[in-house]
Write a protein that binds this ligand. Structure first.
Ligand code: FAD
Length: 252
C-alpha cells in the first residue's frame, strides 16, 4: 500500500524541549525576515509533553533568550529555588556540606566552572518539565508551527544522492504477530528541505544516522547517567516550596 507524502520546509522529529525550541526559533526568524516557512513537529507521545517525565530544576537561561516575556505569557515556572541543602547521609544522621555560592551570577548553576555547581541553584526554578513542554507546544502553535502528537517517526528517508529527504511515520493498527488489524493505517511520508532530529538521548533514528553518516567518528564515546524520579508525599509542615536537597551517602 502506497504511503501518502506531504512536503514541508522543516520537519522536527520529537517535541521535547530541544525540538520545540528549534521549531519556535525557526518561526521567529521566519517572521522577522518576512518569510513563509512551514515547520512540522512529529511527537510520538499522544499529547505534547506526555513522554516528558522529568521533575526538574532548570536554569531559565535558554528560555530567557527564546521567549524573553515568558513570565507574562504564563510559563509554568512558578517555584524559584530559595534554598539549597547538601548533606552526607549516614544510616542515622546527616552531615551538612557547605555549598559555595556561584562566582558568576550571570552563569548561575551552569556546569562551566562555577564554584557552586551544580549544587547552587539560586536563579533556577523547580518545574514539572512535562508542563513546561506542553506550554512550549502552545507557544509553538501560536507561531504557526504544526504539531503532530501521536506520530512516531519510524524511518529516515533519503534522496538518491544520500542526503536526507525527510521521515516516514509508523504504520498503526498492527497486531502482536505483525499482521494488520481492521484499524490498520499506513504511515505517511514527510519530505522536507531540512530535517531536525531531536529525539532525546538514544534516539533510534539518530543512532541510525550516527552509523550511516559516521557522525560519531573521532568523537569521545557518549556517556550516560541513570536518573530516577520519585514522587514523595510528605507532611504539610515539612513542605518548603523552593528548597532543593542534594544528598550523597546512605542508602547507596
Ligand atoms: C529523571 C530525570 C531528571 C532530570 N532532571 C533534570 C533537571 O533537574 N534539570 C535539567 O535541566 N534537566 C534534567 N533532566 C534532563 C532533561 O530532562 C533533558 O535534558 C531534556 O528533556 C532533553 O530534551 P530533549 O528535547 O533533547 O529530549 P527529550 O526531553 O527526551 O524529548 C524528546 C522527545 O522526542 C520524542 N521522540 C523520541 N523519538 C521520537 C520519534 N522517533 N518520533 C517522534 N517523537 C519522538 C519523545 O517522545 C520526547 O517527547 C532530567 C532527566 C531525567 C530523565
Amino acid at each position: 500500500m502506497e504511503r501518502f507524502a506531504d512536503e514541508t520546509d522543516v520537519v522536527v522529529v520529537g517535541g521535547g524541549p530541544a525540538g520545540l525550541a528549534a521549531a519556535i526559533r525557526l518561526k521567529q526568524l521566519a517572521e522577522a525576515g518576512g518569510k513563509e516557512l512551514r515547520v512540522c513537529v512529529v511527537e510520538k507521545a499522544a499529547e505534547i509533553g506526555g513522554h516528558i517525565l522529568s521533575g526538574a530544576c532548570i536554569d531559565p537561561v535558554a528560555l530567557n533568550e527564546l521567549i524573553p516575556d515568558w513570565k507574562e505569557k504564563g510559563a509554568p515556572l512558578n517555584t524559584p529555588v530559595t534554598k539549597d541543602k547538601f548533606s552526607y547521609l549516614t544510616r542515622s544522621s546527616r552531615i551538612p556540606i557547605p555549598i559555595l555560592p556561584d562566582v558568576d551570577e550571570a552563569n548561575v548553576g551552569s556546569i562551566y566552572g562555577d564554584s557552586g555547581m551544580p549544587m547552587y541553584n539560586h536563579g533556577n526554578y523547580v518545574v514539572r518539565l512535562g508542563h513546561l513542554v506542553r506550554w512550549l507546544g502552545e507557544q509553538a502553535e501560536s507561531l504557526g508551527v504544526e504539531l503532530y502528537p501521536g506520530y512516531a517517526a519510524s524511518e529516515v528517508l533519503y534522496h538518491d544522492d544520500g542526503s536526507i529527504k525527510g521521515i516516514a511515520t509508523n504504520d498503526v493498527g498492527i497486531d502482536k504477530t505483525g499482521a494488520p488489524k481492521d484499524t490498520f493505517e499506513r504511515g505517511m511520508e514527510l519530505h522536507a528541505k531540512c530535517t531536525v532530529f531531536s529525539e532525546g538521548c538514544h534516539g533510534h533514528l539518530a543512532k541510525q544516522l550516527f552509523t550511516r553518516l559516521q557522525l560519531r567518528e573521532k568523537c569521545e564515546p557518549q556517556t550516560y547517567g541513570i536518573g530516577l524520579k520519585e514522587i514523595w508525599e510528605i507532611r504539610q509542615d515539612k513542605h518548603h516550596p523552593g528548597t532543593v536537597e542534594h544528598t550523597i551517602g546512605w542508602p547507596l
